[in-house]
Ligand binder design. Structure first.
Ligand code: CP
Length: 312
């Protein structure tokens, strides 16, 4: 299947392309469990990690994925670059482009920055999270993880809980679930559920009502205090009481065999109690592991316009 130049959002992928990427990730996951974990697929290619926002999982898993494919990786340290002297994004990209990179992985607090860079660059641009907009590789790794535990996912139910308003993960992951014919329910404090939401969202007002819907997976979102200009709920304690996986809710979730997912990083005591992390159907570490295989599949699939055999 012919690769795109860029991966900016889930909306630009067809269902067949999503299936192709999930299938391509499978042998990469097997490779990562072998003693020799490297293949030469991107030998001679260069990958630039350009993170204007903090990241643990996405940045390091892209770096590992690129290195496993034998690419050369540069981590651009924004805080010690000329960006702090006021250099614009496009001037930074022009400068880096002159060094002939083939792939640029971008995270930025403003929605649309990866699209802007993609229009300006021959390198393949991968959106590693932009503002409230999109986080497509998170969505792909979530879909891959769901398929691992529920191979026949059509018609299954995923309940997304928390701050949907500020969440690029919720936007991209719900979009991929809908493309895979998975039913999506949402639960959270009223002000954090967007008024303009897709028709396919089934909205719940309480955890009890949402559990009565019989979800197969509960997908907890991180409360993003750094993105909230106003106070959307009285306190973190109140949030935990109404929307967190408390010890009592965990017993019910375990009794009903429901899986728990979270993109990380988790706020313990807010979205969930510590015990969730050792719950046998908690998929959080599996999501992280799958992040490397999915990002290998995406890097392998994309087609930069920088010429064959490396730099143009
Ligand atoms: N899930 C996610 O994007 O995590 P990081 O912010 O650590 O990359």
């Amino acid at each position: 299947m012919t690769g795109h130049k860029d991966l900016l959002d889930i909306g630009s992928l067809t269902r067949d392309e999503i299936e192709f990427l999930l299938k391509t990730a499978q042998p990469f996951k097997e490779l990562l469990r072998r003693s020799v974990k490297k293949v030469p697929s991107l030998q001679g290619k260069s990958v630039l990690n350009l993170f204007y926002e903090p990241s643990t999982r996405t940045r390091s898993s892209f770096e590992i994925a690129a290195k496993r494919l034998s690419a050369d990786v540069t981590n651009f340290a924004v805080s010690t670059s000329s960006v702090v002297k006021g250099e614009s994004i496009l001037d930074t990209i022009d400068t880096l482009q002159a060094m002939r990179v083939d792939y640029i992985i971008v995270r930025h607090s403003q929605s649309g920055v990866p699209n802007l860079i993609a229009r300006h660059s021959k390198a393949s641009v991968l959106n590693a999270g932009d503002g409230y907009h999109a986080h497509p590789t998170q969505a792909l790794l979530d879909a891959y993880t769901l398929r691992e535990v529920i191979p026949e996912s059509t018609g299954k139910k995923v309940l997304i809980v928390g701050d949907l308003l500020h969440s690029r993960v919720a936007r991209s992951t719900s979009e991929i679930l809908e493309k895979m014919d998975v039913q999506v329910g949402v639960l959270g404090p009223g002000p954090l559920i967007p008024e303009m939401r897709p028709d396919y969202f089934k909205t719940f007002c309480s955890f009890d009502d949402a559990l009565a819907w019989k979800p197969d997976v509960i997908y907890l979102l991180r409360i993003q205090l750094e993105r909230q200009e106003a106070q959307f709920f009285p306190s973190l304690r109140e949030y935990h009481r109404y929307f967190g996986v408390t010890g009592e809710r965990l017993k019910r979730i375990a009794g009903e065999g429901i899986y728990v997912m979270h993109p990380g990083p988790v706020n313990r005591g807010v979205e969930l109690v510590d015990e969730v992390m050792s719950y046998e159907r908690c998929l959080i570490n599996q999501q992280v592991e799958n992040g490397v295989a999915i990002r290998m599949a995406v890097l392998y699939w994309l087609k930069p316009e920088t010429g064959t055999g490396g730099a143009s």
